[in-house]
Design a protein around this ligand. Structure first.
Ligand SMILES: *Cc1c(COP(=O)(O)O)cnc(C)c1O
Ligand code: SF4
Length: 349
């Protein structure tokens, strides 16, 4: 089997190279990648069936990225909420720690596309040590989310260094890794890597699949290795126009995730990130999808649909409204649209 490093080296990073596989007009795309980098590794490239399909849309630059007059560069105000570079402390008890500026693919809808894979995201040993130091001096931080870029594009050695240092901080109870490699480069999940990860429990992994066609035998094997090492796996899916914005596609994705032992965690409304407006759907699209899921499929497969509040306001769940009236009786609709009542307890009225 080919090594993950070689698959990554095989990546297409320019529209001209794309032309060897697909017949597209590359001139406007060259302009796009001058601003937003491109990387499609040979594994993910093979999953694309045709121009414009849901996997193509996630991977291949689009001129629409340059014609976005609605969105802004840093919608979550991450830079403002960073006490040290590459560490976002937004919630009281957990921090987001960016430890890598590389990904196995540069997703066109990425929230951090302003900097991921570019020289604007400077991550080095010094910034990692500064982040660790911040966490050491803030004992209210009980959970650290490693993200990036993709933390699992670091070498095994670097990953183990960070995990070991975090585990030496007694106030850090839980480590969470956010990574898209189980989807975009599943060969990265090697037995050697898993042997390292499992030494640092409790360690959670949140991965990121957006379409059922991404759940391949390779992805399934990667998730099996991780789950067998006792790592609870979640998924953060982004709701994307033309990719997964129908109840049927979403249902198939979520049920397939459960089969590979990945628990759907969040379904995100697309952030207001500059260059991604063409992926945004109205919030009602997601709410309707949620209504089509809740009660109809296993509760284990149902994620929380959430919006990340612009300006760093935090994640807000967007839930279909089942409650019709409140009072002595709660009147609500069930998942089938039947009207039901529940008599309130007298306490507290
Ligand atoms: C999303 C996020 C978290 C984690 O939030 P959870 O609801 O615990 O998944 C933490 N910090 C930042 C800055 C985030 O954006
Ligand atoms: S893997 Fe994640 S961080 Fe990397 S480009 Fe894709 S969405 Fe962005």
């Amino acid at each position: 089997m080919k090594k993950w490093q070689d698959i990554l080296k095989d990546s297409i990073t320019s529209p001209a190279a794309l032309n060897e596989y697909f017949n597209v007009n590359i001139t406007p795309l060259d302009e796009v990648i001058a601003t937003f980098p491109m990387r499609i590794n040979s594994y993910y490239l093979k999953l694309i069936q045709k121009i414009g399909d849901p996997l193509w849309k996630q991977a291949v630059p689009d001129v629409a990225e340059l014609h976005d007059s609605i969105c802004i560069e840093d919608p979550l105000a991450e830079e403002n909420l960073s006490p040290v570079p590459n560490l976002v402390h937004k919630y009281p008890d957990r921090v987001l720690f960016l430890v890598s500026n590389q990904c196995a693919m540069y997703c066109r809808f990425c929230t951090r596309k302003r900097k991921v894979g570019t020289g604007k995201m400077v991550i080095n040993q010094e910034s990692i040590l500064a982040g660790l130091d911040y966490i050491r001096h803030h004992p209210q931080v009980r959970e650290v989310l490693l993200s990036g870029g993709d933390p699992l594009l670091l070498s095994d050695f670097q990953i183990e260094f960070i995990l070991r240092e975090l585990r030496l901080i007694p106030s850090v109870k839980v480590i969470r890794i956010g990574t898209r490699v189980p989807c975009t480069l599943p060969m990265r999940i090697t037995p050697e890597l898993v042997d390292i990860l499992k030494k640092y429990h409790p360690l959670y992994i949140n991965t990121h699949f957006n379409h059922p066609a991404e759940i391949t035998p390779e992805a399934s094997a990667a998730c099996t290795l991780l789950a067998d090492a006792g790592i609870p796996m979640g998924c953060q899916t982004v709701l994307l126009k033309g990719v997964n914005d129908s109840p049927e596609t979403m249902r198939e994705l979520l049920l397939k995730l459960l089969e590979i032992r990945v628990k759907p965690y969040y379904l995100f409304q697309t952030d207001l990130t500059l260059g991604t407006n063409h992926f945004r759907t109205p919030t009602v699209t997601g709410i309707k999808i949620m209504r089509s899921l809740i009660g109809h499929i296993s509760g284990l497969a149902v994620p929380t649909f959430a919006l990340d509040g612009p300006g760093g306001k935090g994640k807000i769940p967007l839930t279909p409204d089942y409650i019709l009236t409140r009072g002595d009786k709660l009147v609500f609709e069930n998942y089938r649209g039947e009207i039901c009542t529940y008599p309130e307890s007298g306490d507290g009225i």
